[in-house]
Design a binder for this molecule. Structure first.
Ligand code: ADP
Ligand code: MG
Length: 237
């Protein structure tokens, strides 16, 4: 299986009040292969969203390397970064981030149009994606008329619109009840089995442990959590 994400010695600092340097990420290494589904946990403010935002090419690293689908984000120009954002990476957010005055179907079509795809095939594929997440019947509904779980499914269909290599999910179940959260995670597992690579931030311990591996971000570094045979948990490198 090919490597989809490779993070090497990634560091990120913010300049805060008084010109002080605040080191959030102090040297992160992480590698994901095609079809892997990993969870990232860690205390609030530990830098989980910062890490995802760098991987998603939304903010720059201070140093280190981030390769997405064999392209090093730290060396790409703006056009190439836009291309990666549109074609290789997709996002799922806690608040669903759907466009409120567009139907489910239109929400799924938008990223296809932005990527330059137009015509009847586009609508057909969007309908298939909504069917994939169990929402074909609701495709003409506005987000407001849907439950949180249904809205997140629309967001997942939208995320799949451009056949992303890497799906980044930042607290995707944070606004959902436990049962609905589990359903969303089941869907992620199916997508991963179909070859999508998924990195999910979650602070729900049970849901995070549905992923193949769990990583903990703490004090600026990431360590894999290994469950030992006695049922305890150890963080190892
Ligand atoms: N643009 C920024 N400027 C300064 N500090 C920031 C910025 N973005 C995030 N931070 C700080 O970096 C730390 C990590 O934030 P974040 O990645 O959002 O954490 P998490 O998602 O784990 O809760 C926090 O202390 C936050 O205040
Ligand atoms: Mg966050």
């Amino acid at each position: 299986m090919s490597t989809i994400l490779k993070i090497q010695d990634l560091k990120k600092s913010f300049i805060v009040g008084g010109g002080n340097e605040y080191r959030v990420l102090k040297g992160i290494d992480l590698e994901m292969r095609e079809g892997e589904f990993f969870a990232l946990m860690g205390p609030s403010g530990s830098g989980k969203s910062t890490l995802l935002n760098i991987v998603g090419a939304l903010i720059d690293a201070t140093s280190g390397h981030v390769m997405v689908d064999s392209k090093d984000l730290t060396t790409l120009n703006d056009n190439d970064l836009t291309d990666i954002r549109r074609h290789s990476i997709a996002w799922i957010f806690q608040d669903f981030s759907l466009i409120p005055n567009l139907s489910a179907l239109e929400n799924v079509i938008i990223p296809m149009n932005l990527a330059g795809e137009i015509g009847p095939d586009v609508e057909e594929r969007a309908i298939k994606l909504l069917a994939r997440v169990g929402l074909e019947e609701r495709m003409n509904h506005l987000p407001d008329g849907m439950s949180g779980g249904q809205q997140q499914r629309v967001a997942i269909a939208r995320a799949l619109a451009n056949r992303p290599k890497l799906l980044l999910a930042d607290e995707p179940t944070g606004n959902l009840d436990t049962q609905t959260g589990h359903e969303i995670i089941e869907l992620f597992k199916e997508l991963a089995a179909d070859g999508t690579t998924i990195l999910m931030v979650s602070h729900d311990v049970a849901l995070a442990h549905s992923a193949q591996k769990v990583f903990i971000l703490q004090d600026g570094i990431v360590e894999e959590e290994i469950q030992d045979l006695n049922g305890g948990k150890n963080n190892v490198n």
